[in-house]
Design a protein around this ligand. Sequence first.
Ligand code: UDX
Length: 416
Amino acid sequence: MNVICVDKDKEKIDKLNCGIIPIYEQNLEALIKKNRQNKRLEFTTDISYAIKQSKVIFIAVGTPAMEDGKADLNNVLEVAKTIGKYMNGYKVIVNKSTVPIGTAKLVKKVIKEILDNKGVSHKFDMVSNPEFLREGSAVYDFTNPDRIVLGVDSKKATRIMKEVYRVLYLSETPFVITNIETAEMIKYASNAFLAMKITYINQIANLCEKVGADVCHVAKAMGMDQRIGSKFLNPGPGYGGSCFPKDTNALFRISEEKKEPVTLIKETIKANEHQKHKMAKRIKREIGNLNGKTIGVLGLTFKPKTDDMRESPAITILNKLSKYDVKFKVYDPQGHKESAMRLQNILDKIKYCENEYDAVTDVDAIVILTEWNEFRTMDLQKIKKIMKGNYFFDFRNIYDRNIVEKLGFKYYCVGR
Ligand code: UDX
């Protein structure tokens, strides 16, 4: 199978054609290099060429949230029009972008109109094939999926899609083959459920602190119940990223419009925002007077193994703390460039550091916001010596309270 990737961003395509990968993911560079060398993968800005060459066309453009929380479909519809313009025979048009239920029908209508205007009658089938890839481990998730969801309304398209996913089909990956609207719903319902699961454990963690329980043991025991499952039960400073915040909002808007509001999602969105603010308040409460203090921040990205800062809890927390006369020394293995853009308004308070030790030198408090591996194995004795103060906020629960406290730190975490 040969793959042609198209983007209208020429700079991005030029970089990819020079072997420079514009996002960070382990092993991605080598994988792209291998497939380009074997002539199975190419990058271009020439969309007409890509459409004409391909039998299966994946729409994988952004559907950012609009001000009212709804998904913006402009990119999807623009691509649909272009497909109609250059279509030269039967195509399977697969929607990978996360879109409101009913979008495949809309895309079909748009393409049909363009073909009618041109006076041609090429046949095509629509498929909804949502992705469940996590940033930073997208290649692994793609090759080891829990399930493949195909929303289809034609036998021919089903056959072709099974061929596209032949390797996974043969390795007995479960396939859910259903109608298009159901596939579109599966994506939103899955993401919103995961966001809700995280939020639930965050709220349980907050309660654990009040009643003297340990949320890690609570989550571990809960997870052993196979009906609940152990994944996505790690409490923290709130979820972020390009999907959960956007998709929960979009699904809630859809449910409201249909007069069937999924109120649990609305509560999830609210509680997640609250969690981020709560972390900032916690720092203020424990330290007391923040004026003149320096805080060492370890981790800025919304999760490890990515350089993505979208909706990262760090943005809310640092902004909230900047109301005071504080300075931040920060270190993130990948997030400096993007964070400088997203924290533009408080850049005068931020000093970017070379490594984790540099970031905690002479600070009054350490705040761990992202659980990068290098932060899990820090030399705490050394840190105690180079820090000015002794506040240690571990908002990803990666340290053992006893060990940290024995070294003389004041230790705060989430729910333990
Ligand atoms: C998510 C979904 O997992 C993926 O299936 C979908 O296709 C896209 O959205 P992603 O946004 O890359 O993927 O990150 P994910 O690993 O799911 O984490 C999202 C956020 O939840 C992060 O901020 C993370 O720190 C937080 N999280 C996750 C927790 O706080 N606790 C957990 O137990 C898990």
